[in-house]
Design a protein around this ligand. Sequence first.
Ligand code: AMP
Ligand code: MG
Length: 458
Amino acid sequence: MPTAEGYQQKQYIGKRSRQLSYHLCMAALPEPSLLLSFEEARHLVEHHAAALHPRGKELTELMDGVGGGQAVAGQILAEPIQADRDFPPFPRAMRDGYAVRAADLSQLPATLAVIGEIKAGAADRSIPVLQPGQAAAIMTGAPAPPGADAVVMVEYTTREGDRVQIAKAVVAGDNIVPAGSEARRGERLLSPGLRLDYAAIALAASIGRSHLLVYRKPTVAVLATGDEIVDIDVVPKANQIRNSNSYSLAAQVQAAGGEPLLLPISPDEPTRLRELIADGLEADLLLLAGGVSMGKYDLVESVLAEFQAEFFFTGVLIQPGKPAVFGRIPHGAGTPARETPASAENQVYFFGLPGNPISTMVTFELFARPLIEALAGMNPRKLLFLSARLKSEIRTKTGLTRFLPAILSGEFEHAEVELAGWHGSGDVAAVARANCYVVIPPDRDRIARGEWVPLLLR
Ligand code: AMP
Ligand code: MG
């Protein structure tokens, strides 16, 4: 990632000269009752995400020639992909050995006449037609000859000149993949909404697609707030904290399929915060970090309210991340009307994420990610928890669903997990050591060693 300076200057989307109109008359703080359980908050976000649409399509190279990196890897497919021919296009030998007629092997050992050799890529005219009592040497990936219905693995054969002795029976179909059995020409293989991973890329390559239509990435404005927060290229004074949230969020946005746009850090002061929020509302989604707690200088919610914000939640019963805020603002409320709205709803969604770095990270994964994925055109998916055995007892308080940084270890099916030993929501070192979060339901205050616990992979 470029440095803070370069990144922010390049990406900064503000227009200083723009005249902003605010709807101060509408300003009202959200109801204090918008405190939801984790499940309620997650379902609400999923519900809103389901109504969103991606932002157009673009043709992208399967492979970026310059760095050798794959240009489509991780992007979201925007077109259906069909087989351009039968797969496999010919009956394909799956093993090195001998192509035979299974019926010839009713008596073992059987001796057959070898009438030729077929290697992968063999042309049609060089392929012999197999008659009863005959076999053809064949290599993996070669077309099975007409007349053959199975391949015997070379391990079960003994070659004697132009004859082969076979010690093991086969049934018709063994070790031959019939033409068209994997896919028929014209059959749909992939559908829009799929995140392109290596298997999908292999499929695209196998049908000769050097370019694929993918959805345009949604832009996600990232606004860190706090009087004490300074850019990472500034030497912080004793009372200052370097801005890490903009960078973790940018990386998370990218991983979710969005294009992060870092705004300058906002002080805890309404005029500048207002300006920067207005700039952020030009993106497809606005992420704020910090300033959503109950402190006197936590101004984010009240400034968002000036923009006619509709709040869906202003707190979630989780740790870390309880003060998380989710809502939306109509286009034109403090921002100029957009030519091409990101979604039919003509609204810009926002999240006010708590500023403690682990809270920011966790609340992004739990709530912001599904919305970005939807704007990116990805098919919705449910949050998946894995399980592992707890290595040592956890004691906590009831009332909140907890997502605690943890280390998953063990081997094969013996997965074990233990807390990363964190010192609260600001402990970036602990989360950097961790590779997952242990999820503790709100009704549990003690989880014994050896219990299976749900966890969220990182
Ligand atoms: P807040 O949510 O604004 O009350 O901030 C909670 C804690 O997170 C405070 O200790 C902040 O100093 C810290 N914090 C807020 N924003 C950032 C940031 N962008 N990078 C690092 N730490 C932050
Ligand atoms: Mg703050």
